[in-house]
Design a protein around this ligand. Structure first.
Ligand code: VGL
Ligand code: ZN
Length: 247
């Protein structure tokens, strides 16, 4: 415990020094982006691989354009991580997020649900189906946990942390905290929905949060991608590339 505390202090000091340097460099040129240190990937970091499932890849029922291209990138990044967890969209048949559950409604329309606006989707990631399985090219034998989400018929869950009612926890926050995780690196599908919500909730839970842009692909519905990046920036979520982790 004493050793861990010492590491904490060192990290704090390193962080404070970096902040001072950024403040000094930024004086008088507020527009300039601070040069960021290479993200620290150690035993306190977790890679969260979001929804890399057949239905979100080409040929799937809610295919994200070029969704399968994230697979080799994620495989390479994951080799650097001691801690890897996956999320898996895992809906009931007749799930409330499916357009087919709402007579007269079509996929990609938005309706009001008790917990707020809900985009209606084609049926996807139904429990036990091929579409709900992870992409067969994912090579993450060291992944430790799979968090399934969206398994309550009347509540969707884009986030791996908290369901769409914004109240029901999945348990991921407690799992990561209990394991001493401080930093979450988020990758997968789709950038503007499940990656975005998962990253935002990670940041809100107090984890230092980064999203690896080229290890994600987006749906981009009515400006959702630009809004997602803006909202993530607001929460100080860092937007990085795979080369920042691999180089
Ligand atoms: C997702 C829409 C519906 C996602 C999941 O993984 O981004 N998007 N369910
Ligand atoms: Zn879903």
């Amino acid at each position: 415990m004493a050793g861990r505390l010492r590491i904490d202090r060192r990290e704090l000091i390193a962080g404070a020094t970096a902040l001072t340097a950024v403040a000094a460099a930024g004086a008088g040129k507020a527009q300039e982006k601070p040069v960021q240190d290479k993200p620290v990937i150690d035993e306190r970091a977790v890679l969260i691989v979001v929804d890399v499932q057949n239905d979100f890849c080409p040929g799937g029922s809610l295919a994200v354009a070029r969704g399968d291209e994230v697979v080799p990138v994620i495989n390479a990044i994951a080799k650097r991580f001691a801690n890897v967890v996956l999320t898996q969209d895992w809906h009931t048949r007749g799930h409330a997020s499916f357009a087919s559950s709402h007579p007269g409604r079509k996929p990609f329309e938005t309706i009001a649900m008790s917990y707020g606006p809900q985009v209606l989707w084609p049926e996807h990631c139904v429990q036990g189906t091929k579409g709900a399985e992870f992409h067969s090219g994912l090579d993450l034998p060291h992944a430790q946990t799979i968090i399934r989400k969206g398994y309550r018929r009347h509540i969707d869950s884009y986030s791996g942390f908290v369901e769409a009612d914004r109240q029901t926890p999945t348990g991921l926050t407690g799992y990561l905290r209990e394991r001493g995780i401080l930093r979450a690196i988020v990758v997968g599908l789709a950038t503007d929905f499940c990656v975005n919500w998962t990253a935002q909730d990670a940041a809100k839970a107090g984890f230092e949060t980064l999203v690896v842009e080229d290890a994600c692909r987006a749906i981009d519905l009515n400006g959702s991608l630009a809004k997602a990046w803006a909202d993530m920036a607001e929460l100080d979520i860092q937007r990085i590339n795979a080369s920042d982790l691999l180089g």
